[in-house]
Design a protein around this ligand. Sequence first.
Ligand code: ATP
Ligand code: MG
Ligand code: MG
Ligand code: MG
Length: 580
Amino acid sequence: MRMSRLFLRTLRDDPADAEVPSHRLLVRAGYVRRVAPGIYSWLPLGLKVLARVEAIVREEMEAIGAQEVRFPALLPREPYEASNRWTEYGPNLFRLTDRKGADLLLGPTHEELFTLLVKDLYGSYKDLPLSIYQIQTKYRDEARPRAGILRGREFIMKDSYSFDVDDAGLEASYQAHRAAYVRIFDRLGFEYVVVHADSGAMGGSASEEFLAVSDTGEDTFVRSPGGYAANVEAVTTVAPDPVPFDGLPAAHAEQTPDTPTIDTLVAHLQERFPRDDRAWTAADTLKNVLVMLRHPDGSRSPLAVGVPGDREVDPKRLETQVSPAEVEPFGEADFAAHPDLVKGYIGPAVLGEDGPTGIRYLVDPRVVDGTRWVTGANVAGSHVIDLVAGRDFTADGTIEAAEVRAGDPAPDGSGPLELARGIEMGHIFQLGRKYAEVLDLKVLDENGKLVTVTMGSYGVGVSRAVAAVVESSHDDLGIVWPRALAPYDVHLIAAGKDEAVHLGAARLYDELRAAGLDVLFDDRPGKISLGVKFKDAELLGMPTIVVVGKGFADGVVEVKDRATGDRSDVPVDDLVELLS
Ligand code: ATP
Ligand code: MG
Ligand code: MG
Ligand code: MG
């Protein structure tokens, strides 16, 4: 590409609203251009990088046998009504009405549609397992769109979905995706961590996030030397403040539907950890937190809270629609997997069909003779466990949530926690049967019996990745693209006004391209100074800069490595071989 033709204007000044380097540089270097808050256009250079990220994602998806499809972004309300997300998404959803008055939305994510498509076409266990994916535009009316394409209201996501007949199948599909994500993020080249995303303490891999380690990230995570890592959205602390014991509840039936304890906890969490993308609800909060207990002697220990699997439901729905079967897996087995966890259970509970419904029984911490106890409800069995927690529990109405601190013990005992910031780049999730149940996706099993399919969902922030790469790879002068993602391999500059130099540079341009290199050729006329051209080259960030200038008469060109800053004079005749 000749720079004289390239649709590009580099800017000298930072955009006024730019808070982070990637935003600043991608706009200044002409990769993207703002249209409205959180809405960006991709210019030629930006689109090339985006295509490279997409290609990497596609390759790794195909490598695990996932097949590409593409859904529309404009979607009918009904599937999202069935899953309750039309309501749950609240103001984050872009909603429209068509000329006939029908409600539509712009898809924020596509679980419902993928579920329905598979239901449409498949009906037997023999059809499964199946993984399908798309790379597609998503819409979320983010409360705080920020940092350019890092948090857009329109953005590009790769979302895949796996469909299996049983839990072992789901686990295998999840692990295949996890491994593919490791390869994708290795190839993108930034430092990243894989963290427990929610119910992190609940035994396992129900949900993990891939965070690019970056001070500009909006997520905070903790990690221990022993390899434990979790998003702090899944970790918080509670200071116990015991009150006198006033009697354990006589029976489960007498538990109050809304204890002040949990409301206080939720209120604190909402205040301390405001979520930008959706309103906290009790259920949501509980799904996402691991409570760290802070004891009077200053020591701290983890207490698991949450509900199993993906339970993005509001309390109302939880009270009426969650079946005991869904809740059952949450129990002793989960804690057995984490011997270090205090056996406390705070979670919304719903009794079986024959029991009273509408009871959200939560934790009821008490102090008996100076010993603290916690009473929790085992939902499946509809009975109360008094769990011994002599060391551990707090009191009604006095729970104080605080951030997890550096040095706190990791829940798995793997040493003191360190805190750092990250950008959420990928999120993998064992959905289980939630969507299949509400949308009635069943297949016939080996015995001819209808069984509900179990699903996983897996997202990569494709457009966000472009920004994340810049966050991790830039300097004061501009972007420093890793070779795998750079729009061009070589930035070739014709310097000065000498006709012979310009002709020579044009010849090298042809030769380099003939050798298979992508070349950006700054062929702008001599009145554009070498200083200006060089500044642009450093801003744009191609890995190799070649200057054809004064030395050309003596048969040499200057080659600069953008990342290391190393410069050397290279004989013209050796250039193609050196760079290809
Ligand atoms: P975040 O916590 O940053 O709001 P999320 O948890 O809401 O992200 P998911 O629903 O898990 O996002 O979507 C999958 C991936 O899509 C995320 O891991 C992220 O990389 C990307 N993503 C989500 N929201 C945005 C956005 N507003 N702009 C750009 N990319 C996004
Ligand atoms: Mg979000
Ligand atoms: Mg998130
Ligand atoms: Mg996420």
